[in-house]
Design a protein around this ligand. Sequence first.
Ligand SMILES: [Zn+2]
Length: 262
Amino acid sequence: MILFNNEKKIRNIYLRIAGSLKHPQPGVHIINSHYVTVNEVDLVNDHRIFEVYLKSLSKFATFISPQEATKRINENDIPKNKVLIAFTFDDGFEECYSIIAPLLEKYNCRGAFFINSNYVESDENYQREFNKRVAISTKKPMSWNQVIDLHKRGHVIGSHNLDHTNFAELKPKEIEFQLKRNKEILEAKLNYDNEYFAWTYGQMLHFPKAVLDITEKYHKYIFSGTNYKRYFSYNGRVLNRRHQEAFWPFSHVKYFVSTKKR
Ligand SMILES: [Zn+2]
């Protein structure tokens, strides 16, 4: 644990220095976040954290929708002199509705929210287990009315599987169920085609190729949370996102959008 803390410290110092030196790279960046603060939701301060983050990014970047980012990357329409950023949020916490979406809209931007349907409006027992799976302690989910409202306001509502299970640990039959049921619920609630999917935990080890083969039967666009230096993983079948949170030191954030991508 002590070693871990030291490594973390060194990494932080490195990112701070590197981030202050590097320049944001032109191209399309898809950001993957979860929430805007680590502690109990505090509407005033959390608004401020996310607003400062967006304001800082807007100084060198143009914000685009997840649809535009997806289209540009798939069509190899990557700008040579512009930094384009799209925002995506996983897990469907309440602050997606109360803080994140309104501020994105203030910047004339729409995001993508990847939802686990069983978490929406769940009871406290379910929330406790869910929160354990995503390693947080105090968050609450959105309600269906909130998810529906985000969809109506032009945000993308994607699937993040039914219960935030780890697909690397499940049998094919259970994976099918998690994908199929979540898609059915979302499509029934929102009356749309659920094309966007981001897998849980985001790393390649959580999504072996056999799982990708199953997932492609249900979703057109599939997103990772890793391999950010490349636009694609699995030969163009998966789009990579860069994980970062708005409350990280801004030098870290800048470092990550300064990576030259292929
Ligand atoms: Zn997640």
